[in-house]
Structures are given as structure tokens and as C-alpha cells.
Design a protein around this ligand. Structure first.
Ligand SMILES: Nc1ncnc2c1ncn2[C@@H]1O[C@H](COP(=O)(O)OP(=O)(O)O)[C@@H](O)[C@H]1O
Ligand SMILES: [Mg+2]
Length: 371
């Protein structure tokens, strides 16, 4: 898919300053306006910005991960042959940041007028695809040449019908528009659209990558982050940079010193020590005692059974069980998780969890050894 000569894009130096306030009201799509509001408040006072916006990478070079993807996209841009893109992968891995950085590289500081950004919070039924996208795609900017960019964020929330309509629109406007479709689950995008795009998968960030970006932010904001605090943060964020930043900002606001306890208290996640205690109770205590002890701890610390279950799962995967017991445990825990997600009663499910561990203890032929 190449761009014809008359459609040469303007490449402006991507080292840009915040968008000039005068242009803020000119965004076409709703999402552009939302983003512009953030930029606006950046002018008013950056300290009120959520860090995920304040530290959104401005250029492709600021992204700490997926070098292979960014270098490929950069090459597309440099060679002036950007295809339609499909970026997919779990949240907080830099998909939106990547395409916004691309837009800046393509269009310079005034990139907002050249992109239409739509996400799941916008109405995206079939009419939006037909009308809003068509309007944007078919009008040309008077003062600029080249293609425009339509970013469809969280596209997996689009109906099949809307996706089918989109397929026609993509075909029709390929001459002056590039689409970037972003989603978490690529399987929810219809094959016809997948085949029209170049696909890139964004994997979760490694702890080292999250750490690298965190170090920069910790320094800029003067956060007092202890080593165990950082370790807890990295564990809880699971390669999701957005989550890492949100937790860090919340902890920094609530505590002078961000240590392990602060991180767990702030997120409401059960502390590993509590999980160890709970598992020990489940394995060794008699049923009613174990039940009331866990219930008491739950109330005391305000823990949700769902979070306990997740952590117990993590913890038990490190305990050595005979294989058949392990399979049994994990299978039952999966059931309980499913039931909890479908509005089951917590009390009953706690009983089930405890019962599962009791049965597992009976099944085990040898004593438990922590691995
Ligand atoms: N690869 C990355 N490098 C640096 N920061 C990142 C990266 N990925 C995510 N972030 C941070 O997390 C926030 C959310 O990223 P975003 O691009 O919106 O994720 P996604 O669209 O994949 O859910 C960004 O504002 C940015 O601060
Ligand atoms: Mg996103």
C-alpha cells in the first residue's frame, strides 16, 4: 500500500511543545477534545495531571518497550508508506502512546487536527462509522497535504455490524486516510479488517522496562520509593505501565514514604504476609476456626475475596503439591473465580475455597513443602 506522490505528507520536527491553546476547540472527534483538555490543564498546572497523561511518551524514542515495533513503524513513516495498523495487546503496554507519538512524528505539534480519535466511550454504532468517519475521511485540510489518521481505540468493543461497515470505509478512503485500530483482543476483530491491516502485538512490559520508566518518574516527582515498595509495585502492576503509574501516584499522594506496606494498603491488595497466613490457616486449621479467622482478617483489612483468591493462587503455585492435588486445587479455584465473577455470594465461596483446601489436604499423601 503506497501513497501516491501528490499525497506526500508534511513531516515537521517531532520535538514539539504542548498544543497551542488556540487550537484546542478545533478537535473534531470527542476523544480529541478530551485529550485536548488534558493538554489544556497541562498549561494551567501540570501537578494536577494524572501521571499517566503527564508522562505519556511524547516521541517514539520515549517508549521503553517494543523497540522492534516502533522501529518498524518509524521505517514505514520515513519511507512514506504507512499501512493501516492494527495494534493489540493487554492494557497499559503503550498502544495508544505509540500511535499518538507516530501522529506527532507525522504531523508535528499540530497533529490534533489531522487525527480523529474514537474510543469505546464514544457512541460507535454503525451510524458513527458511516457518518463521523466518512465526514472526517472525505474532507481534506486546506493547508495540508497527505493522509489523515483515524484512531479507533478499544475497537474490540465495536459491534460486528459496525466493523463490517468499517471495512467498506477503509477501502474507500485508503487514498487519503490511514486507520489505526487498537484493541486488547485481536480475535474480536473481524478477519476482513485484520487482513487489511499490518498487525503488531504489544506484549506486557518486563519488570526491567517498567522499572526503567518508573525510575525516571520517581526522580522527576521526587517520590521516596523504597526497594521493597518498588518490588511490590512491579509485582502488582504485572507489566501494565498504566497500573504501575496510577498506584505510584496514589501512594505518593497518601504517604510520604512509599514502601511495601503503603503499596498494598493503597491498592487494597492483600499483603503477601496475610496471604501466607490465610493459606496456612486453610491447610492446618479445622474448618470453622479457619473460616472465622479468615473472615475476621478480611473485615479487618477490607480484603475482597476475589483479590485473596488471586493471591492465594499465586502463592499456592509456589507450594509443592503432588500433581493430582495441584490440578484439583487449580481447577476448583478456577470454578470459584468464575462464580465470584458472576455475582455469587462471597460467604459461600469462601466456604468453598476453604473446603477445597481441606479436600486437597486429605488428597495429599506427603506433607506440604514450600518450594
Ligand atoms: N512502552 C511504554 N513506555 C513508556 N511509558 C509507557 C509505555 N507503555 C505505557 N506507558 C505509560 O502508560 C500509560 C498508558 O499507556 P497507553 O499507551 O495508553 O496504553 P494502552 O493504550 O496500551 O492501554 C501512558 O500514558 C504511559 O505513561
Ligand atoms: Mg489505549
Amino acid at each position: 500500500m503506497t501513497i501516491s506522490d501528490e499525497e506526500t505528507q508534511m513531516i515537521v520536527d517531532s520535538d514539539d511543545e504542548p498544543l497551542a491553546p488556540a487550537r484546542l476547540d478545533k478537535g473534531k472527534g470527542k476523544a480529541v477534545v478530551v485529550d485536548a483538555t488534558f493538554k489544556n490543564s497541562a498549561v494551567a498546572g501540570e501537578e494536577h495531571l494524572p501521571w499517566i497523561e503527564k508522562y505519556r511518551p511524547a516521541s517514539l524514542a520515549d517508549l521503553v518497550s517494543h523497540e522492534d515495533i516502533t522501529s518498524t513503524i518509524e521505517r514505514f513513516i520515513d519511507e512514506d508508506r504507512l499501512p493501516h495498523l492494527l495494534l493489540y495487546g493487554p492494557p497499559g503496554t503503550g498502544k495508544t502512546s505509540t500511535i499518538l507519538a507516530c501522529a506527532r512524528k507525522l504531523y508535528g505539534p499540530q497533529y490534533k487536527s489531522m487525527i480523529l480519535e474514537l474510543n469505546a466511550s464514544d457512541d460507535r454504532g454503525i451510524d458513527v462509522v458511516r457518518e463521523q468517519i466518512k465526514n472526517f475521511a472525505s474532507t481534506r485540510k486546506i493547508f495540508s497535504t497527505g493522509f489523515k489518521l483515524i484512531i479507533l481505540d478499544e475497537a474490540d468493543a465495536m459491534t460486528q455490524q459496525a466493523q463490517n461497515a468499517l471495512r467498506r470505509v477503509i477501502e474507500k478512503y485508503t487514498r487519503n486516510v490511514r486507520f489505526c485500530i487498537i484493541c486488547n483482543y485481536v480475535s474480536k476483530i473481524i478477519p476482513a479488517i485484520q487482513s487489511r491491516c499490518t498487525r503488531f502485538r504489544f506484549s506486557p512490559l518486563t519488570e526491567a522496562q517498567v522499572d526503567q520508566r518508573l525510575r525516571f518518574i520517581v526522580e522527576s516527582e521526587g517520590v521516596d520509593l523504597t526497594d521493597d515498595g518498588k518490588k511490590a509495585l512491579l509485582t502488582l502492576s504485572c507489566g501494565d505501565m498504566r497500573r504501575a503509574l496510577n498506584i505510584l501516584q496514589a501512594c505518593h499522594a497518601a504517604y510520604d514514604r512509599v514502601d511495601e506496606n503503603a503499596v498494598y494498603a493503597c491498592t487494597g491488595n492483600p499483603h503477601p504476609r496475610d496471604i501466607e497466613t490465610i493459606v496456612n490457616w486453610m491447610l492446618t486449621e479445622e474448618f470453622t476456626t479457619g473460616y472465622s479467622q479468615i473472615k475476621r482478617l478480611q473485615t479487618e483489612k477490607g480484603l475482597a475475596l476475589q483479590d485473596i483468591l488471586t493471591e492465594v493462587h499465586r502463592f499456592t503455585s509456589e507450594i509443592e503439591f503432588p500433581p493430582h492435588v495441584r490440578v484439583f486445587l487449580f481447577d476448583r479455584m478456577a470454578d470459584i473465580e468464575y462464580k465470584l465473577a458472576t455475582a455469587a455470594t462471597e460467604k459461600i465461596q469462601l466456604g468453598a475455597l476453604l473446603g477445597t483446601f481441606k479436600l486437597a489436604t486429605d488428597m495429599a499423601t506427603k506433607p506440604f513443602v514450600k518450594g
